[in-house]
Design a protein around this ligand. Sequence first.
Ligand code: SAH
Ligand code: SF4
Ligand code: F3S
Length: 440
Amino acid sequence: MKKLYIETMGCQMNKSDSERIAGILSHFDYVETDNEKEADLLIINTCSIRQLAADKAYSKLGVWGKRKKDRPEIKIAICGCVAQQDKEKIRIRAPYVDLIFGTHNIYELPSLIKSIQNNEKVCAITEKPVVCNQNDFKIIRKDSVNAWIPIIEGCNNFCTYCVVPFTRGRERSRRPEEIIQEAKNIIKEGFKEITILGQNVDSYGKDFKDENITLANLLRELNKLDGNFRIRFVTSYPSDITDDLINAVAECEKVCKYFHIPMQSGNSRILKEMNRRYTKDQYYEIVHKIRNRFENVTITSDFIAGFPSETQEEFMDTLKAIDELELDYSNTAAYSPREFTKAGKMVDKFISEDVKSKRLELLNEKNKEACLKSNKKFVGKTLKVLVESKTEKNGKTILNSRADNNKIVHFESDKNYIGDFCNVKITKAQTWCLYGQIIN
Ligand code: SAH
Ligand code: SF4
Ligand code: F3S
């Protein structure tokens, strides 16, 4: 047996990819270790969404390169979004790397691994994905309660700030039969939550010539499977949320009443500059429609502060949106220029680092305020939660769980409820989590 260490950066799609990489390599006698110092094969699965993430990947590679000087037999691989983007250029910065493989080449690993074992240096990056039935390989999942299923990869939207269409390519959906089979395997293995993933999950099926293959119908199919489990889906593109999808979420008792719908900016001019296909008012309409349909629903978002040319007034519209829409939580970031993107070329309109970080600070304060306000709404209510882990604190056992609406809920219990659904009455709200007492 050889030891494998994978360091994963970035989004859930990347984390899911790493579980699949570990699974494929397990067919070649690699077992995963948490201790990178004892690994025979080191893989870094990179993210390129912001410059900082890409820089972190290269600095980690640097550490591994030094280690390889003392132990030349170890193999180093880089994959993920930086690899797909930088390709052979990686060799200039890190000549000691044995294997570079792209986001489209994961299922080529069986042959790639043989090449590096023969001491070849390999770069496998194609624009066309290497496809196969993913169920032919093991998947080594990190979590024991939640399991990810990627259902659509890539993006056709080309938001002007975003590198994802360049690192993940065009949208490609997996066949529904393959997804259902993976879900059945997951349920059989005892997982209690399935999160279906896509950069634009609502685009699912658009690349097939069958109009019945949609996210809404896939949710209906998954909901029909036997077993005590729940279903989530991320990430939704605001204007792609159809009435049929909202109906499906309402009909399917296993589907969580939770929507992650990144707005990016609360100002219509900036949204246009970002090439987002909706206005501020259209986003408001979608949120209102969802809020009117479901009780206790949570809606979360992503926002970028300091997009090129954004004025202070336009930025204030973002803060206003968080308030007016009572968004439950938002991921926030300062704009980071990316290679290949349209906004990355708007150099004369860039906002200074200083102004960007001030705006980000205001955005974070607003998010904190909104999150606390949202959490307070649940005090006194009973939420159905799924227990994910436990922590010992001052001689007491605290169970860490997540409600259907994605809120983190802590409660005390001396029973091991990990992997169980419980009803918890919420007694206290803090900014990032809720506290409660178990009812049953
Ligand atoms: N597909 C999703 C987002 C995927 S990227 C969507 O369309 O909403 C995750 C988040 O990273 C984005 O929502 C955006 O807020 C942020 N992001 C992407 N590119 C960025 C950049 N260049 N600078 C700062 N944040 C960025
Ligand atoms: Fe990036 Fe826009 Fe695609 Fe989301 S929809 S992945 S932000 S290009
Ligand atoms: Fe990062 Fe690639 Fe995901 S750029 S956010 S790892 S799709």
